[in-house]
Design a protein around this ligand. Structure first.
Ligand code: AMP
Length: 568
């Protein structure tokens, strides 16, 4: 059974712990350690200083989900976020933590009003919304926040920067006065103090103290890669090193297991360590790693604590850690005992903002680099084969057993053909550039990707492979362009190249009927902070949410098995 004691110690109970286990969270992040006990213990309002990417959503989401009672009546919680993109992200994260059949939905600007009204009528327990649109609903009396128990202001400084201050104030004033307010912000400008004085009571201020430590002996570099390309990026890095000996860090246990399995499938010598690995097993793995019987150790932050190996060549941050201090701890595992080591960090689209903050806090340089190309990897492999050959040829007697056979083959084929065929036999397609998947930087174009909302989900019989299959079939996209598929009960998300998003949605919507679109663009591009409702207006049709009511369509998409009827 997966260990989640540290979460339990914060006061969470079994139903919530189950969700945490499934997510593979091993230990609460620093901000979670601060907020969860307070939010479970008393009724005070809180102001929490936390960067994005530090587990903020779970920091307020877990206590709300722990305490909320499923009602599907009036909204019990309202989470205000600055952008549409965040509204979707927060909704996704909350849904993934929900084990109580709580209804959670985003309400944001640009989306179809009628669709939202239908969704509100069906009842939403936790509303995740952008200020402008929420205020629209309040003013039109189409949403009733009189029973609100929790109000979360997420990324409050961003909301203020984007000019939402009056909207936020009006919402704070217009909602149930006995609600509990939680304000999260990366920075604490004076305006936040003013806001809290005016609208919040018995406020507790929670802040993670960051310690400044640097790891000078470590060369720090980063690569921008799409989430789906991280694994190929990792193998390229390992392949170009003559003696890779390193730890690969993943944020979750699930992540560790997945990376190890994929490495083993590809023939690498890897082991994984996380909190569910028994002490005896852990010791065995560490012994193997120390004597280099395996050269790749994949670990969570917790599991890597106390590993004392001095001569690592690499630390790889496959996913970003929860905070800057953990980053420094991770990379400090190279460059020990006077050895220079390399710390490599993969940054995906959604980690970009957290990484920008981290770069600011780490007092040493982190250089951006390009990943080795397929050609680089192949060149290095070729040279290695030549070196190995030389060693074998030089090692007397070793090849005598093969000489007769070599003569027989050479009688049959010209030497070059015979050698080429043997290389193919030994190395399969490892030396062929075409077989290396394209690993693209997500920031080649800052508007690189778009998140699509697809109004079918698990209840319609969809799984990730089925959705991918449907997308490929209906839109002609190939696998490499479909990323980060997320199947939820009633809808799904998928990331596609920005340049193709419009065409893909259009194509998919040919399959739906009437005014209920099947697919819509949920988010602008990577790193594009203009996703707020203000800037999104007039930008064409935007997301209509909660299309669950699309009963007909749902039937026509049953299971994505290819047998649904086309509706035009
Ligand atoms: P957030 O700061 O809420 O955007 O979260 C950033 C990422 O961290 C999300 O992918 C979360 O699922 C993940 N996360 C949140 N809490 C934890 C935790 N305690 N351990 C590992 N990952 C976490």
């Amino acid at each position: 059974m997966t260990k989640v004691e540290e979460f339990q110690a914060l006061g969470l109970t079994e139903v919530t712990l189950e969700a945490i286990r499934e997510k593979g969270f091993e230990t609460p992040s620093p901000i979670q350690k601060l907020t969860i006990p307070v939010l479970l213990r008393n009724e005070n309002d809180i102001i929490a200083q936390a960067q994005t990417g530090t587990g903020k959503t779970a920091a307020f989401g877990l206590p709300i989900l722990e305490q909320i009672k499923s009602g599907k009546g009036l909204p019990q919680a309202l989470v205000l976020v600055p952008t549409r993109e965040l509204a979707l992200q927060v909704t996704e994260e909350l849904i993934s933590l929900n084990r109580k059949k709580i209804s959670i939905a985003p309400i944001y600007g640009g989306a179809s009003m009628s669709e939202q009204l239908r969704r509100i009528k069906r009842g939403i327990d936790i509303v995740v919304g952008t200020p402008g649109r929420i205020l629209d609903h309040i003013r039109r009396s189409t949403i009733d926040f009189s029973q609100l128990k929790w109000l979360v202001l997420d990324e409050a400084d961003e909301m203020l920067d984007m000019g939402f201050i009056e909207d936020v104030e009006e919402i704070m004033a217009a909602t149930n006065q006995t609600k509990r307010t939680m304000l999260f912000s990366a920075t604490m400008p004076q305006r936040i103090a003013v806001l809290s004085k005016k609208y919040m009571r018995d406020t507790e201020i929670l802040k993670v103290e960051s310690k400044q430590i640097t790891a000078d002996l470590t060369d720090q570099i980063y690569f921008e890669v799409r989430e789906c390309d991280k694994f190929d990026a990792l193998t390229r890095i390992i392949d170009v090193e003559s003696e890779f000996y390193g730890i690969v860090f993943s944020r979750t246990k699930v992540g560790v297991d997945e990376i190890v399995n994929r490495l083993l499938e590809r023939g690498y010598a890897a082991e994984g360590l996380h909190g569910d690995v028994s002490q005896a097993q852990r010791e065995k793995i560490l012994r193997k790693f120390k004597r280099k019987a395996v050269n790749i150790l994949v670990a969570t932050d917790v599991a890597a604590r106390g590993i004392d190996v001095n001569n690592l060549t690499h630390v790889i941050n496959y996913s970003l850690p929860q905070d800057t201090e953990s980053y420094v701890h991770r990379i400090g595992r190279t460059g020990r005992a006077g050895n220079q080591g390399t710390a490599i960090t993969f940054i995906s689209n959604s980690e970009y903002r957290q990484f920008t903050a981290l770069k600011r806090e780490v007092k040493s340089e982190i250089r951006k680099q390009q990943l080795p190309s397929a050609e680089d990897v192949i060149e290095i492999k070729r040279n290695k084969i030549k070196d190995d050959l030389q060693e074998i040829v030089g090692g007397e007697g070793l090849i005598n057993n093969y000489k007769t056979m070599a003569g027989e083959i050479l009688e049959q084929y010209p030497p070059e053909v015979a050698m080429a065929a043997l290389l193919k036999l030994a190395f399969k397609n490892e030396l062929e550039p075409d077989t290396y998947p394209e690993v693209r930087s997500f920031s080649v174009d800052r508007k690189g990707t778009a998140r699509l909302f697809i109004a079918v989900g698990r209840v319609d019989g969809f799984t990730a492979p089925k959705l991918v299959e449907m997308l490929k079939r209906e839109t002609g996209l190939n696998d490499s362009k479909i990323d980060d598929v997320r199947i939820l009960d009633n809808f799904s998300f998928v990331t596609v190249p920005f340049a193709e998003a419009e065409a893909v949605t259009r194509q998919l919507n040919k399959l739906s009927h009437g005014n209920q679109p099947l697919a819509e663009i949920a988010k602008d591009g990577a790193g594009n902070r203009s996703g707020g409702e203000r800037s999104s207006r007039g930008g064409g049709r935007r997301v209509a949410y909660g299309s669950r009511a699309g009963g007909d369509r749902r039937r026509s998409f049953g299971g994505g098995s290819g047998d649904r009827k086309r509706k035009r």
